[in-house]
Structures are given as structure tokens and as C-alpha cells.
Design a protein around this ligand. Structure first.
Ligand code: HEC
Ligand code: HEC
Length: 248
């Protein structure tokens, strides 16, 4: 097959490349488009695979912001690699590693993690104070204790039972809770969503003044409360009537 035929075949797949290119007469092998698996540029990889959910600059997307100083300080490279490679089953966050059915090579996953660290401004403004651990502490919290934490800290914006109020939307809705893990809830409680106006609750272990810090137990408790709302919603939709309301 001639260079030219191959070029035309590629043109059919990539019309834009065709318009920009000078045509078939002098194909330069050095200019051939990278195969998808060869792309290692963070900006390209992020725009193609992540920005639709996590926002163009890692903020203001429907999914948790990644360009966030508390988040980037809490999560280790290994944590980030694992989430990107394996995804979060049961949520829109799919597995991106080829070994897990996704489209990215191990080098590409690494390139994304190092790009998040080196290209985003939030990565350079790491807080000095020790942070709560990133990963959910399974079985650590109780919904009953969480209800008190919620009334004190969250109800003012999210409503007494998480039903939403003028300052912020509902956090007890079945549609919302069905698609988010306890891990992501924990992370949102700790880091807030500064891009949307939700404050952070980072516990400053050094005692530095933060407006409204929550300690490790309080964070686990309030996450257990949100998780109990998810279960209540599932039970209600499954028509298990006697469970509804009882677990509040
Ligand atoms: C000062 C007001 C305020 C307080 C206090 C507050 N939030 Fe929020 N929260 C927001 C805003 C604003 C959003 C953005 C979405 C919206 O408008 O509902 C949000 C979003 C969320 C989300 C969804 C995040 C997402 O990515 O969709 C969760 C979960 C949440 N808050 C939990 C809590 C919990 C738990 C507390 C208490 C520990 C709390 N919030 C305290 C304002 C607040
Ligand atoms: C279809 C939407 C979607 C796409 C595309 C997507 N994500 Fe996600 N991502 C999510 C959601 C939703 C979550 C939260 C999942 C949960 O509930 O735990 C998430 C979670 C994450 C987390 C963990 C965040 C935390 O708060 O713990 C990381 C890191 C992450 N994604 C990175 C990426 C990267 C990098 C890409 C591109 C290679 C990507 N995501 C593409 C939706 C998406």
C-alpha cells in the first residue's frame, strides 16, 4: 500500500488533520499523527479523557474537582493511580487502564498523575497542616452521631434533613446518593467544593484556626449519616416499608 493511500485512509478518520495538512505529495513520517496509545501530553490526555466530568481545568465539573489543593495534598500518587486505573465501580468513574478494560497504557496513567501535580496551580499551594487520611475508614462512624454533626455544621446550608435549602441543594436525594461512593462523600466533606461555594472541614491537627474543622470521628460519622440516607432511599424504592424512616 502506498504512502498516499495510507494517508487518505487516515484522512477519513481524522478530517481535521486533512484540512491542516498540505496533502499527499510529501508525507513526512516525522509528522504522522501519534497513535492514541502514544499520546503522553497531560493536556491532551486530560482533555480527551477527563475534562467532560471533572471540568476543563479540574474544577466546576459534575464530578469531584481534582485541581484542589486539599485533595492533591491528601491523595498520594498511588491513590490517584489506583482510582484512574481501576475506576470506582458503581459510579460514572470508569476504569481507564487497559488491564481493566479502559484505553490508557500504564505510561499514560502515570503521565496524567504527574501532570495533575506539575501543571495545576492547586498542587503548589499545599496546606502545611496534617490532613485527615484520604481513604474511608470503614465502620468508623455511626449515623446517629452523624446526625448531630450534620445539624451543627451542614443543616444551615443543606436543610435539617439534607433536603436542600436556599444556600445549597439536596444531599439526601436517592439519585445523587446512588451514584456516589462513601469515599467521595468523605473527600467532599474534608475538602469542600470551593469551586461551588462549599466550605472545607479540614481538621487542622496542629490546632491552627480554621473556621469549622471536623475531627476524624466527626467526618466518619457524617459520612455514615449520608450513607444511611442512601440505604433508606434504596429500601423505600424496594418497597421495604417498615425500614423506611426507622433508620433516621
Ligand atoms: C456554607 C454552605 C454550606 C455548608 C455549611 C455545607 N455545604 Fe455542602 N455544599 C454547599 C454548596 C454550595 C454545594 C454545591 C452544590 C449545591 O449548590 O448544592 C455543596 C455540595 C455538597 C455535596 C455534593 C457535592 C457534589 O460534588 O455534588 C455534599 C455531599 C455536601 N455538600 C455535603 C455537606 C456536608 C456533609 C456538610 C457538613 C459537614 C456540608 N455540605 C456543609 C454548601 C454548603
Ligand atoms: C463519566 C465521568 C467521568 C470521567 C470521564 C472521569 N471521571 Fe473521575 N470521577 C468521576 C466521578 C463521578 C467520581 C467520584 C466517584 C465516587 O463516587 O467515588 C470520580 C472520581 C475520580 C477520582 C477520585 C476523586 C476523589 O474525590 O477521591 C480521581 C482521582 C479521578 N476521578 C480522576 C479521573 C481522571 C484522571 C480521569 C480521566 C482519565 C477521570 N477521572 C475521568 C467521573 C468521571
Amino acid at each position: 500500500m502506498s504512502q498516499c493511500v495510507r494517508f487518505i485512509t487516515r484522512c477519513m478518520a481524522l478530517p481535521l488533520a486533512c484540512v491542516i495538512s498540505s496533502g499527499c505529495d510529501r508525507p513526512d513520517p516525522a509528522n504522522r499523527p501519534l497513535r492514541p496509545s502514544e499520546v503522553l501530553d497531560f493536556g491532551v490526555l486530560y482533555a480527551q479523557n477527563c475534562s467532560g466530568c471533572h471540568g476543563a481545568d479540574g474544577k466546576l465539573g459534575p464530578a469531584p474537582p481534582l485541581n484542589d489543593s486539599l485533595f492533591l495534598a491528601m491523595a498520594s500518587d498511588a491513590d490517584l493511580q489506583r482510582v484512574i486505573a481501576e475506576g470506582r465501580p458503581g459510579t460514572p468513574m470508569s476504569a481507564f487502564a487497559r488491564s481493566a478494560g479502559g484505553g490508557l497504557t500504564p505510561q499514560q496513567v502515570t503521565a496524567i498523575v504527574s501532570g495533575m501535580r506539575s501543571k495545576w496551580s492547586a498542587a503548589t499551594t499545599r496546606p502545611a497542616a496534617p490532613l485527615s487520611p484520604y481513604l474511608t475508614q470503614v465502620g468508623h462512624g455511626t449515623a446517629t452521631a452523624g446526625a448531630a454533626v450534620f445539624s451543627r455544621n451542614c443543616a444551615i446550608c443543606h436543610g435539617a434533613n439534607g433536603e436542600g435549602a436556599s444556600k445549597a441543594g439536596a444531599v439526601n436525594s436517592p439519585a445523587f446518593l446512588a451514584l456516589i461512593t462513601d469515599q467521595a462523600l468523605r473527600r467532599i466533606v474534608i475538602t469542600g467544593r470551593p469551586d461551588l461555594g462549599m466550605p472545607d472541614y479540614q481538621h487542622a491537627a496542629d490546632g491552627a484556626a480554621r473556621p469549622t474543622p471536623l475531627n476524624e470521628q466527626e467526618i466518619s460519622d457524617v459520612v455514615a449519616l449520608l450513607a444511611s440516607w442512601r440505604q433508606t432511599a434504596a429500601q423505600q424504592s424496594g418497597q421495604v416499608a417498615q425500614a423506611a424512616g426507622a433508620s433516621r
